[in-house]
Design a protein around this ligand. Structure first.
Ligand code: SOE
Length: 391
């Protein structure tokens, strides 16, 4: 008879794409990894009673409700997972922390720096009571990214000179693709910059262990209005019948200076026709380089500049060995992992931190720092000036 472990009651708010993949993570983490607490998928929350009940049944939640306030007051909920559009992150996460619930909040942390500051402050107060908060930059938990971070930390790249990062999608390249909440500034806060630019800002700082000090950027909206989708698209009140305005950026390009001296070039776009979810990172240092592309996510390319050029060049590391981070929980070498595994690894690390009573990373303070970089890029684009990131 296996010992009966304590459970972690989970309530999740939101059930679209992020809700679906987070549900997969809550279902799978304790079945593939040894965890100190067993997650229990207690309640799923969404505004449409019929649709959220169907989603709860499909994704494996015990109950469904339509008001998030009912989730944070339940005694059988220990952790609230916020998978809603960015305009509700602050209200829900702060209320949940104040109710004594741990919080996992999707990225970006918030729609504004002010909201992110309030969330980070609430998380700091909650931590004093042992209540924890984490922001969901899941790409940190792709094994190849973890290996990249280790190579840099071990000094295998030497002094870093270049950080080159792109997040390329093309799901909006068709001008007739209808409006959605992601194209509405009131709901999303920004467009490609905050949605996918946030990922490469977090990832490059995570891999290098460094911080962005200042940025100079430009934002562009290629398609200024689009067809209005059905009422269920979650659009804010500004949208009318027929066609509506796009109020966020379609693409962001910016330069960055890192505290350690490296210089960075960043792109985030939803118009890179032919690129579906291409997170491309290359880092060049005095002793070597690394290169990663999420569309080939089980591979990391590493160039060791300390060996003779005649034998040099990038080598292709297949990051599926049992001693690569998290891989031992899954399949034999070479069988590969997918997008959803990063979310399961996120739950594994979160639940282990809760079991140990430590702060799971990335913290809300990390999320606030990313929010400050996002805001600096927007200000830089508006003013055509370099912008420093406040400490
Ligand atoms: C849409 O751009 C999106 O779903 C992002 O919001 C996610 O963070 C990313 O993982 C996939 O693309």
């Amino acid at each position: 008879m296996t010992e009966q472990k304590a459970t972690l009651g989970v309530g999740m708010i939101g059930y679209a794409f992020m809700g679906a993949v987070h549900s997969h993570a809550w279902r799978s983490a304790h079945r593939f990894f040894d965890l100190p607490l067993t997650p229990r998928m207690q309640v799923l929350c969404g505004r449409d009673a019929t649709r959220v009940a169907e989603a709860a049944d499909r994704f494996g939640w015990e109950e469904s409700v339509t008001d998030w306030r009912d989730v944070i007051t339940r005694d059988d909920v220990d952790l609230v997972d916020v998978c809603t559009p960015g305009d509700t992150h602050a209200e829900i996460a702060i209320a949940a922390l104040e109710a004594g619930k741990h919080v996992l909040c999707e990225k970006p942390l918030a729609n504004t720096v002010a909201e992110a500051e309030r969330m980070a402050a609430a998380a700091a107060v909650a931590a004093e009571r042992g209540v924890r908060a984490m922001v969901g930059f899941t790409y940190r938990r792709v094994p190849a990214i973890a290996l990249a971070r280790k190579l840099v930390a071990d000094g295998r790249l030497g002094e870093l000179h270049h950080v080159r990062a792109q997040y390329l999608q093309d799901w909006l390249a068709d001008p007739e693709t209808p409006l959605s909440w992601r194209l509405d500034k009131a709901k999303a806060g920004s467009g490609a910059l905050g949605d996918i630019g946030a990922h490469v800002i977090d990832l490059t700082q995570h891999i290098t262990g460094d911080r962005i000090l200042e940025v100079s950027g430009m934002l562009e909206t290629f398609v200024k209005e689009r067809p209005v989708a059905s009422a269920s698209s979650g659009l804010s009140a500004t949208a009318g019948a027929g066609r509506g305005p796009v109020t966020v950026d379609d693409a962001a390009v910016f330069m960055a200076r890192f505290a350690g001296g490296a210089i960075g070039s960043f792109e985030a776009t939803r118009f890179a026709t032919g690129r579906k979810n291409a997170i491309r990172i290359e880092i060049n240092g005095s002793k070597g380089s690394l290169a990663f592309d999420f569309e080939d996510m089980n591979v990391l390319h590493f160039h060791d500049a300390t060996i003779p050029d005649a034998e040099g060049g990038f080598r292709r590391i297949v990051v599926t060995e049992p001693d690569h981070p998290w891989v031992a929980g899954w399949w034999p070498p070479g069988h590969g992992l997918g997008y959803e595994h990063g979310f399961t690894h996120q739950v594994v690390d979160l639940v282990r931190a809760l079991g140990e009573g430590t702060a799971p990373a990335p913290t809300f303070a990390d999320g606030l720092q990313v929010q400050r970089v996002l805001a600096a890029v927007e200000t830089s684009s508006d003013s055509r000036t370099w912008q420093e990131i406040p400490a």
